[in-house]
Design a protein around this ligand. Structure first.
Ligand SMILES: [Zn+2]
Length: 117
């Protein structure tokens, strides 16, 4: 195996590579002083980032806000269709009331009164 690139070394440390490829890179680094040193540096960066995250609750808060926003965006289409369904129902109800005779009107009024009391 040729020397892995800096990007490959970084990706192997941060878990962005398929395990087989990462294993190959680690095996190479175990027998190559140059790559082993580069790999140790990447591992040090990863460790420091981990410490940074552990001491920085604001990062977690930001992630939670982004998550919340994503969930809201996912829910939007449902809300829109629910609103449309509500508008359609109101139109049908209005049409029924307009077309209805006094009996239906009285029934609706009675229903309304029973709900209110
Ligand atoms: Zn090497």
């Amino acid at each position: 195996m040729r020397h892995p690139s800096a990007g490959q070394l970084e990706a192997s440390v941060f878990g962005w590579l398929p395990e087989a490829e990462a294993r190959e890179i680690r095996a190479h680094a175990a027998n190559c002083a140059k790559c082993e040193s580069a790999l140790r540096q990447e591992e040090d960066v990863q460790r420091r980032l981990g410490l940074l995250r552990a001491n920085e609750p604001r990062i977690e808060v930001a992630e939670r806000v982004v998550d919340r926003l994503r969930q809201t965006e996912r829910r939007k289409p449902l809300l829109r269709s629910a609103r449309l369904a509500g508008v359609a129902l109101a139109l049908v109800a209005a049409g029924l009331l307009l077309a209805s005779n006094g009996n239906l009107r009285r029934t609706v009024r009675r229903l309304g009164a029973s709900v209110l009391t």
